[in-house]
Design a protein around this ligand. Structure first.
Ligand SMILES: [Fe+2]
Length: 354
């Protein structure tokens, strides 16, 4: 069993990572947490910032009451700030916000104002520190992510196919493209640790086709590997049918239905993982309480399909699924960027080979 207490090696991992975010002596850094935050991450952030010589301060908020019909996980949309003006003001004036909220601020409604103040936001995913230790950001990943983002930004159409039967067409013209390598260097920017993902939020009327979740693909809201195939039909951006036998499809239908909201069936984001350090099989190694599953969003060569909120398409919901899928071929305007689950042109750094 892994115990969650402070370890010197984890302080060192935080020091190294926060320095990569260009935090230095005297920088004013907010550590944002809530009562349900993973305490060891908050401690590690504080100890690392002290070691760097930054001027750290804490903002800790009671976790908000539940407001949805079912438990939510991995939405990246924390409501812990609850529009509290003094909190927004303090965060926006910091050099960096180290985000230790449970869900993370990525899609939080207060985020634009925090960033507009010049703060950068560094989300520490709610993982056991061992996962963060293993997936410390590497500089060589940044050009890989930036190159992928450039290609996606320039593309008009993404197609996704697989031997299992997936055949999806996405109009990605003008879709906001996101992604980072696991650290943030510039004011007004956002990144999360662990990183290494490239994705976009397709606009309205842009996604149609068939998605077959095959054995070994992942339902990250449930933190389960798919064991019996599920076929999703997508029309006009929405999942309109879920077919398949077995517990996986039953659970999926049940959770979707609980929202009573067509928006929950809408496509949120599409993209692919680029991080060769991240592992597809790592979910077997941790209890559900120990991981937020961000590693599985990032493993190199997964096609990441997601349903739920998509501001760019005008859809808002807390119902959110992320499905990292293996063995898919992803093409942008006909150029293959992921070939049957392998990132085209991704050179494995020597440090990983040795
Ligand atoms: Fe997602």
């Amino acid at each position: 069993m892994l115990v969650e207490h402070v370890e010197g090696k984890w302080i060192a991992a935080f020091v190294r990572t926060l320095r990569m975010c260009r935090i230095g002596p005297g920088d004013v850094v907010a550590i944002l947490s809530e009562s349900q935050s993973r305490a060891v991450l908050v401690q590690l952030a504080e100890l690392a910032l002290c070691q760097i010589g930054a001027r750290a301060f804490h903002i800790r908020i009671p976790s908000p009451p539940l407001r949805d019909p079912v438990a939510t996980r991995s939405t990246g949309s924390s409501h812990s700030i609850g529009q509290l003006e003094p909190v927004i003001a303090a965060l926006s004036q910091a050099h960096t916000v180290v985000d230790c909220t449970v869900e993370g601020l990525l899609h939080a409604p207060e985020m634009p104002r925090i960033l507009a103040g010049g703060a950068r936001v560094f989300m520490v995913s709610n993982e056991h520190p061992e996962i963060l230790e293993r997936l410390q950001p590497r500089r060589w990943l940044q050009p890989v992510v930036e190159n992928a983002k450039s290609k996606l930004r320039a593309a008009t159409q993404m197609t996704v196919t697989s031997a299992s039967g997936t055949n999806l067409v996405v109009n990605v013209r003008g879709a906001p493209v996101k992604g980072a390598a696991g650290y943030v260097e510039e004011p007004g920017q956002v990144a999360y640790w662990p990183g290494g993902i490239c994705l976009c939020f397709p606009g309205p009327g842009s996604v149609s086709g068939k998605l077959v979740l095959a054995e070994g693909d992942v339902n990250l809201t449930f933190k389960r590997y798919i064991q019996s195939p599920i076929e999703l039909t997508i029309e006009d951006d929405h999942v309109v049918s879920i077919s398949g036998k077995g517990l996986d499809s039953d659970l999926l239908r049940s959770y979707y239905e609980a929202w009573g909201d067509r928006g929950a069936y809408g496509v949120s984001h599409v993209g692919w993982g680029l991080n060769p350090l991240a592992r597809w099989d790592s979910l077997t190694m941790y209890d559900k309480s120990q991981t937020n599953g961000t590693e599985l969003r990032a493993f190199a060569g997964n096609f990441l399909f997601s349903t739920g909120a998509n501001e760019h398409a005008g859809r808002f919901t807390q119902g959110h699924f992320d499905f990292p899928m293996r063995h898919c071929t992803v093409a942008l305007d006909g150029e293959v960027v992921v070939d049957a689950g392998r990132v085209v042109g991704l050179e494995i750094p020597q440090e990983l080979v040795e």
